[in-house]
Design a protein around this ligand. Structure first.
Ligand SMILES: [Zn+2]
Length: 274
């Protein structure tokens, strides 16, 4: 623990994972799109692993990849837009990533359809612009998605929080993928004893078999937007014209409510103790 012990950083970790689900491929092939979509809000997949981690995990030195001030300018939310919600709040303020830290995203292309890395790169750029967070795809990884993913993996990524992982998996690893879900996304938040709760890393996992079907690949950008929305802290909303709509896939791009929420998520505090 070293330095971290001295600054007294607690390790109350909370993982929230959202999911996009579709009710079978039949809808997706229906003329005109739209249709019966379902989004599950799923909190249990990573929670188990984090319980283990909190019990025995170590943490990186504080402040790695962090600057003194925010790296990119804050984004102004569209005026009047209110169709957004946050996965976690603390005293009425959303839990966020630190705008003073560079947040790497790595892609494990194993099982991904052709062109997937480019779609991830474009989508991460969109979320980065909409939040003002320093989110960047920095490369590929061989790390497979695991429900009990460790947020600190010094052997793989050095002495820093693990990057946000985007990976593909099948139903053997994610049983929900056999029941209409096509993606999960979420982040790990930590509470320092003094200071603000903050996300430190997250992951997105997409259904390898669903996206192996060429007729489904056009949905990948929307699913990634939705799941990366969860990663940076957005919850579902009831407004159908938003990417974070609770109903599922429906051909949406970022709406004003999504953008307002993302802008607020990029205006959180810097957390140098993490
Ligand atoms: Zn969701």
């Amino acid at each position: 623990m070293g330095e971290r012990g001295r600054v007294g950083v607690g390790v109350l970790a909370v993982v929230l994972v959202g999911a996009v689900a579709v009710l079978g491929a039949r809808w997706l092939l229906a003329p005109g799109g739209g249709g019966p979509l379902r989004v599950l809000f799923h909190t249990e997949v990573l929670r188990r692993g984090l319980t283990d981690w909190v019990g025995g995990g170590t943490m990186p030195p504080p402040g790695v990849d962090a600057a003194e001030t925010r790296i990119h300018p804050a984004v102004d939310p569209p005026p009047g837009a209110d169709s957004y919600a946050f996965l976690q709040s603390d005293d009425g303020r959303p839990v966020t990533y630190s705008p003073c830290r560079r947040i790497s995203v790595v892609v494990n292309p194993r099982g991904a359809p052709p062109g997937a890395v480019a779609v991830v790169t474009d989508t991460v750029r969109l979320i980065g612009r909409a939040t003002g967070l320093a989110l960047t795809v920095t490369g590929t990884t061989r790390e497979p998605y695991r429900p009990d993913r460790q947020p600190y993996q010094p052997h793989r990524y050095g002495e820093r929080w693990a990057p946000v992982l985007v990976a593909w998996a099948g139903p053997h690893r994610i049983p929900d993928f056999d029941h209409g879900t096509v993606g999960f996304g979420g982040s790990v938040a930590l509470d320092p004893v003094v200071g603000d709760r903050s996300y430190v890393t997250g992951s997105v996992v997409l259904d390898r078999e669903f996206f192996a079907d060429p007729t489904h690949r056009g949905y990948m950008g929307e699913v990634l937007l939705h799941e990366l929305g969860h990663v940076v802290g957005l919850d579902h909303v009831g407004a159908e014209d938003q990417v974070m709509w609770a109903g599922g896939l429906h051909g949406a791009s970022l709406g004003d409510g999504d953008r307002a929420g993302l802008a607020r998520l990029g205006r959180g505090p810097c957390t140098p103790d993490l």
